[in-house]
Write a protein that binds this ligand. Structure first.
Ligand code: SF4
Ligand code: MG
Length: 409
């Protein structure tokens, strides 16, 4: 396996009237090609801002102020090397070094995103089939002219859905027979029954679950390398939720696409992900494999989250697929535990130079108040926690490069 995405030291801030809000601070993570990487955390922990940062969807007063996002794509490297030599590092493209229009042009073909609310991805005045066909056409043009920023940007706007659609594309019937066929194929791929007929229906004729499927089809039109799913099932009832997760599972297995899955639901994580990062107050506080985080967690926040989810403790990570599926059907099993105390302010002048979890942490000690815990670097395979409990162990002799957590096995 190889890393397809490497986020290093990423900070995204919002400059508001009350002051600077540190929505995401010094975030590190690596995602491997073909895996499902989960980010879990309470609302307001920075999960969505992280996803939007990768997608280049941060709007003022927000701004990515620090860090690097590297994306491995040799073809893209070749296509843009002449124009943007500073943005190239071997097989990686440094996304934040690219001009905005080029970054935007990667949406749809390199990265696609699905959201909680599928309505926002469709234009109510066009049939679902027409919209999928347009997405296919636009992506096809973009892939045919990888150097044409215009073609790529058009595709990007497309993949963002209908908000821009009406502006970019006049209302029209199918551009070509091929794109219509492909649209129907996409509907079939995401499990929409009678795709030929359903293609001619308008978004309002679809149920919530069906529209969610159609949105996934739209996101897949450009055959993206990475699909970012931000709470993709939160708005759905539990039966439909499970079906959509099954679908993502199947698509992932079929296409070997990489998925970054964002959720507040530990059941969804346990069921879908290979590795997981736990976010708190804009930081990843622990990351590792499912087994690392569910069975061997080091950070007291992770332990707290898992505390009230007894069904997910122990061998949950290795539980057979069937019982996991049953589990995620029971939404209650995946709810995060309410941890006593308040979520800390993300206002820079209120955050202070200490562990952000200190006020709520049952294991807090003096050291936690004196300096913020380090987040030790490591490869995407390593289990890491941002906590003095982990640091102490490092100091006591375990070689950092080997990683304390790896040695315990
Ligand atoms: Fe708790 Fe201290 Fe670890 Fe923070 S650094 S999570 S306060 S033990
Ligand atoms: Mg969110």
């Amino acid at each position: 396996t190889e890393e397809i995405l490497r986020v290093s030291d990423l900070s995204t801030r919002y400059f508001t009237q009350e002051g600077q809000v540190n929505a995401v601070s010094s975030l590190d993570l690596g995602i491997e090609r073909g895996e499902v990487f989960g980010i879990v955390g309470e609302s307001g922990s920075g999960k969505s801002v992280t996803a939007r940062s990768v997608m280049n969807l941060i709007d003022p007063p927000g701004e990515i102020t620090d860090g690097e996002i590297r994306y491995r794509n040799p073809d893209l490297v070749e296509a843009i090397a002449d124009d943007h030599p500073d943005a190239i590092d071997g097989e990686f493209v440094k996304l934040l070094e690219l001009p905005d229009d080029v970054r935007r042009s990667l949406r749809g073909t390199s990265f696609s995103m699905i959201f909680q609310d599928p309505e926002s991805s469709f234009n109510p005045t066009l049939t679902v089939g027409e919209q999928l066909a347009e997405a296919v056409e636009v992506q096809r043009r973009a892939s045919a002219n990888p150097r044409s920023t215009r073609a790529r940007t058009e595709s990007a706007e497309y993949s963002l859905g209908s908000l821009l659609l009406s502006k970019v594309l006049p209302s029209r019937r199918y551009v070509s027979e091929e794109s219509r066929d492909r649209a129907i194929e996409l509907l079939e791929l995401v499990g929409i029954p009678d795709p030929v007929e359903r293609a001619d229906e308008y978004p309002h004729e679809y149920s919530g679950g069906m529209l969610q499927r159609a949105m996934i089809a739209q996101a897949l039109a450009g055959e993206p390398d990475v699909l970012i799913a931000d709470e993709p099932t939160t708005a759905l009832d539990v039966t439909i939720q499970a079906q959509i997760l099954d679908l993502l599972d199947e698509l992932q297995a079929e296409t070997e696409m990489t998925i970054l899955l964002i959720t507040h639901n530990l059941g969804v994580i346990a069921r879908m992900c290979d590795r997981v990062g736990v976010m708190y107050a804009g930081e990843i506080v622990e990351r590792g494999t499912l087994a690392d985080v569910f069975d061997e967690q080091v950070h007291p926040y992770t332990a707290g989250l898992l505390g009230s989810v007894p069904d997910l403790e122990g061998d949950a990570a290795r539980r057979d697929a069937e019982s996991r599926a049953a589990e995620s059907r029971d939404d209650a099993a995946g709810r995060l535990q309410p941890i006593p105390g308040n979520v800390p302010s993300l206002l820079d002048h209120e955050m202070g130079d200490r562990c952000h979890f200190a006020d709520r942490c049952p294991k807090a000690m003096t050291a936690c108040l004196e300096h913020p815990p380090e987040y030790p670097a490591g490869g995407s395979d390593d289990h890491r926690a941002r906590c003095v409990l982990a640091e102490t162990e490092y100091d006591e002799g375990a070689a950092l490069s080997d990683g304390y957590f790896d040695e315990r096995e």
